[in-house]
Write a protein that binds this ligand. Structure first.
Ligand code: ADP
Length: 400
């Protein structure tokens, strides 16, 4: 089976061609600067060199058409006919309360995704554009939506409700939804496999640390809490996002700095987090390079790892203990320093890191806890595209 995985953003479309039966990626790439000058397609067939092509790409439909033509091309392609694409899997950011799992896309599903635009005004509209374009270009090919929020729909009500007037939940859907669900699901499943223990017997804390970052408490296979909330702004410190703060600060800054709601949103989402504190970079590698020299880089790093440590403690409390901690995402997979600092002092709850294993630069999935650590710690590279392809295959087979 061949599945085309699409992740349509406001001005970009990421894609990957995957054979989910073999769990193999055949090609991947991204179209960037859609609707702008200098639009470019970066494509890589597995085993070949990456290529870059530029062209005029006005909208998402043209972008996906461009992707299909490169997938069909003699030199760089991986298929001979569009008909070889058996299904398309779409990453959709927000599924609200309507979706607790991936679904086959129908008119009804499309209107539910449209209804969730209020919650994710920057993400769901381009996701819908991607779905519409793929439907037009590959008529009759089943399309599946895989939601970032779905995995967290198992949270109990006391975990997902904010202590605000209850009518705001009823009227506007103000609650915690959580994101990165596909990644938390993938790495927690994988951790259970590595443990050789069924997931319904494990309490797992997953830390997805990329440019966006979130932690999740996964008790007996179900997400029971996660750090991102109504939007991805809440929780951990991120590259450019503040994560948790006193909500009164926002009102105070808006007043003092004469900011509009849009300005405040930009300040919290684009100018805060690592870049805001350090004044150097939103990129963890650059923060770590300056850790010894720059006080503000050190502070940014320390705030990041301290916040994460508090979440790990909180989630252990929420689950009545923890058996496994998983690190994933660009930072979680690569920064031994973040892993070491965030687990510092957690020996009291049975976490003991093996320094050597933690520092080994081997990128593959591995255990990094000491042999006598009660809580096992793993580094597990995430693979959201593979999850999307596998879900798509399962749903298409079920509906046949
Ligand atoms: P995204 O959330 O955009 O998918 P990634 O998961 O690729 O992002 O993570 C990007 C982050 O990973 C950046 O902050 C980058 O600095 C960090 N990162 C990548 N490699 C390393 C490394 N070797 N050491 C520390 N941080 C790293």
């Amino acid at each position: 089976m061949i599945v085309l995985v699409l992740n349509a953003g406001s001005s970009s479309v990421k894609y990957q061609v995957i054979d989910p039966e073999k769990r193999e990626s055949l090609a991947k790439g991204v179209v960037e600067r859609i609707g702008m000058s200098g639009a470019v397609l970066t494509h890589q067939k597995v085993g070949d060199k990456q290529i870059r092509l530029s062209g005029e790409i006005l909208d998402h439909k043209m972008a996906i058409e461009y992707v299909l033509s490169i997938l069909l091309s003699k030199n760089h392609g991986v298929i001979k006919d569009r008909k070889e694409i058996d299904a398309v899997g779409h990453r959709v950011v927000h599924g609200g309360e309507a979706f607790s799992a991936s679904v086959l896309i129908s008119e009804e599903v499309m209107s539910e995704i449209r209804r969730c635009i209020d919650y994710a005004p920057l993400h769901n509209p381009p996701n819908l554009k991607g779905i519409n374009a793929a439907m037009q270009l590959l008529p009759g090919v089943p399309q599946v939506a895989v939601f970032d929020t779905a995995f967290h729909q198992t949270m109990p009500k006391y975990a997902y409700l904010y202590a605000l007037p209850y009518t705001l939940y009823k009227r506007h859907g103000i609650r915690r939804y959580g994101f990165h669900g596909t990644s938390h699901r993938f790495v927690s499943d994988r951790a259970a496999e590595l443990m050789g223990t069924p997931k319904d017997k494990l309490r797992i804390i997953t830390c997805h640390l990329g440019n966006g970052a979130s932690a999740a408490a996964i008790k007996y296979g179900k997400s029971v809490d996660t750090s991102m909330g109504f939007t991805p702004l809440e929780g951990l410190v991120m590259g450019t996002r503040s994560g948790d703060l006193d909500p009164a600060i926002i009102l105070q800054i808006m007043h003092k700095e004469e900011l509009t709601p849009n300005d405040a949103t930009t300040l919290l989402n684009k100018h805060s987090g690592l870049i805001g504190v350090s004044g150097i970079s939103s990129d963890m590698r650059e923060i770590e390079e300056e850790y010894e020299n720059s006080e503000r880089a050190r502070l940014a790093h320390d705030i990041f790892t301290y916040r994460l440590r508090k979440y790990i403690g909180a989630y252990a409390a929420a689950m009545g203990g923890t058996d496994v901690i998983v690190f994933t995402g660009g930072i979680g997979e690569n920064s031994s320093m973040v892993r070491e600092h965030s687990l510092q002092g957690l020996e009291f709850m049975g976490v003991k890191l093996d320094q050597k294993k933690n520092e080994a630069s081997d990128k593959k999935e591995r255990e990094i806890s000491a042999d006598d650590s009660k809580v096992k710690v793993f580094v597990i590279p995430t693979n959201e595209e593979l999850v999307i392809a596998m879900d798509t295959m399962r749903i298409v087979k079920e509906t046949k």
